[in-house]
Design a protein around this ligand. Structure first.
Ligand SMILES: [Ca+2]
Length: 303
């Protein structure tokens, strides 16, 4: 942990020297980068960018949206029945899926040996829900120790509502890019039953495809992304819906699943829609499931 804190401080100094690629940051924000926490952690406009602990973030402002898909959306499934959602607080969403390089720096070497889709700029996968939470917890500890964020904010997985809100970025279409998704906009459709292994399909480097309106890359495709919620067939509506502590109906074998979002390199377009939902048991991992973190207000904590 001490080495990670040191990394935070070094990264802050690099930012001041203009070496971190944050060319649009103001001088005051660069000073904040080495002096500790921002004066105000909350962002001011959608898509505003900030970097904490080597994780680039985009601001998602408080707002209201319709979660789920309309009845006439191609590929729609029954568990996408629409609900009205209000998010009373803005939050920072990871601009990219968490990468293998970030994982190594924050958590350590991956246990699974990767044959393809391998490299520091590739998304991490073969990680369970608990693995993803461990990454978020360690990032929070280091950010607080380096005084980059106060006790009142923490890294976590996004709720399904936060994830879909960020994915849509104000859109109501099946994809944040419109009614269709093309191979120039996302990494999907790479695997088909019985296909040969050349070229070998896999995840792509994060950020290779264009961002949505709020600056977020790969919300459609590349890796599926763990969400914080337990999976429920009915979408949660209302104000700040969070089902991270409330289990839904059990699976047929008696297990329970968390939710994952966004589709993956393995999927067809319909599974990459903004409203598409899939379940997965939290202790399992796969080659097409990764995650991104959100920096959110810590509930019930002082700071
Ligand atoms: Ca993704």
């Amino acid at each position: 942990m001490r080495s990670l804190v040191r990394w935070f401080l070094v990264a802050g100094l690099a930012s001041l020297a203009g070496a971190s690629g944050c060319g649009t940051e103001s001088a005051s924000s660069q000073l904040e980068a080495i002096s500790g926490a921002r004066a105000n952690v909350a962002g001011t406009k959608a898509g505003e960018e900030w970097e904490v602990g080597g994780v680039r973030l985009c601001w998602c402002p408080a707002g209201r949206f319709r979660m789920g898909s309309p009845l006439d959306e191609p590929g729609r499934r029954e568990d996408e029945a629409q609900v009205e959602v209000t998010l009373s607080s803005g939050f920072w969403m990871g601009k990219y899926e968490v990468t293998q390089g970030q994982w190594r720096r924050v958590v350590g070497e991956q246990q699974k040996t990767l044959r393809v889709g391998k490299g520091d700029d590739f998304p991490v996968y073969w990680v369970s829900y608990d693995d993803a939470l461990l990454f978020a917890r360690k990032l929070t500890e280091a950010a607080r120790a380096a005084r980059r964020v106060p006790e009142s904010w923490e890294f976590d997985l996004p709720t399904e509502a936060q994830w879909e809100y960020a994915c849509r970025a104000g859109t109501t279409t099946a994809f944040s890019f419109g009614t269709e998704l093309t191979l120039q906009q996302a990494n999907f459709g790479r695997w088909k039953p019985g296909q040969d292994e050349s070229p070998t399909p896999s995840a792509e480097r994060v950020g290779r495809y264009p961002p949505n309106a709020w600056g977020l890359h790969d919300m459609h495709g590349n890796e599926f992304e763990w969400c914080r919620d337990w999976y429920h067939r009915q979408l949660p509506g209302g104000v700040d819906p969070d089902r991270s502590d409330v289990k839904g109906a059990p699976n047929r074998d008696g297990t329970w699943s968390r939710s994952r979002r966004g589709g993956a390199w393995t999927d067809e377009t319909w599974a990459c829609r903004s409203a598409f939902r899939l379940r997965f048991e939290p202790e399992r991992s796969a080659n097409h499931i990764g995650f991104r973190v959100a920096l959110v207000r810590a509930i019930g904590k002082q700071g």
